[in-house]
Design a protein around this ligand. Structure first.
Ligand SMILES: [Zn+2]
Length: 217
């Protein structure tokens, strides 16, 4: 049984390693499993919900697990901690569009996810790669107009420099609904020079949670 407190059960939990490095988003089932297996070294953030188990046959008490928004767990996630600096996240449209804040990087207009496309800045037909640094969010109109040309050839200018997210940024981009305390936590792992640092700082200043728009895929 589950007693929802301030948040609903669909809220994801940010899992970190013992050193506090962000690892992944997990759902309440996985969080409860980790608490139950005593894999949680400590937790921070705010309490999301409490999960109640069965009654003890010995003293009639009931087990209860309080799940926090951020939990640090024992053990490491594969070889991630060693390779974190070299980590390149997989490229997909969902996180790409979120990287670019749903803006077409050519006309600067904001679109719903379903109206956006992945533009290869240097077209694949001209040897461009399908990598974070060579892709931009583009509306259909701009993408069609640009066609198989480079921005220079099409006399189009990018309004932002495409970048490869680091690990913490990628976790942020993957989050469906990022609570303020989780955002604050991730922000500490995002370089000040990153455009995402400024964006998250703004959100936090305005007291906003990042709620994903439900349009994609
Ligand atoms: Zn456009």
């Amino acid at each position: 049984m589950l007693a929802g407190l301030a948040r609903d059960i669909s809220q994801q939990v940010l899992r970190t390693d013992v050193a506090g490095m962000p690892l992944e988003w997990i759902d309440y089932r996985e969080a409860v499993r980790l608490y139950h297996a005593e894999q949680v070294a400590y937790d921070c953030g705010t309490r999301l919900y409490s999960v109640f188990g069965g009654y003890s046959s010995i003293d009639g008490s009931r087990s209860r697990i309080d799940v926090n928004s951020i939990i640090a767990t024992h053990g490491t996630s594969k070889s991630l901690s060693r390779n974190r600096d070299k980590y390149t996240p997989p490229l997909n449209n969902r996180t790409l569009f979120k990287r670019d804040a749903n803006l077409c990087l050519y006309c600067g207009m904001r679109y719903m996810t379903r109206d956006l496309t992945r533009d290869h800045i240097t077209p694949v037909s001209r040897g461009g790669l399908d990598t974070w640094n060579n892709v931009a969010t583009a509306c259909r109109r701009c993408n069609n107009y640009k066609g198989g040309r480079t921005p220079e050839q099409a006399a189009m200018e990018l309004i932002a420099v495409p970048f490869t997210p680091n690990y913490a940024e990628y976790i942020y981009l993957k989050g469906r609904r990022v609570l303020a305390d989780q955002m604050q936590y991730l922000l500490a792992h995002i370089p000040r020079s990153s455009p995402l640092h400024a964006r998250l700082s703004d959100h936090l200043e305005n007291g906003q949670e990042i709620v994903e728009v439900h349009f994609h895929d």
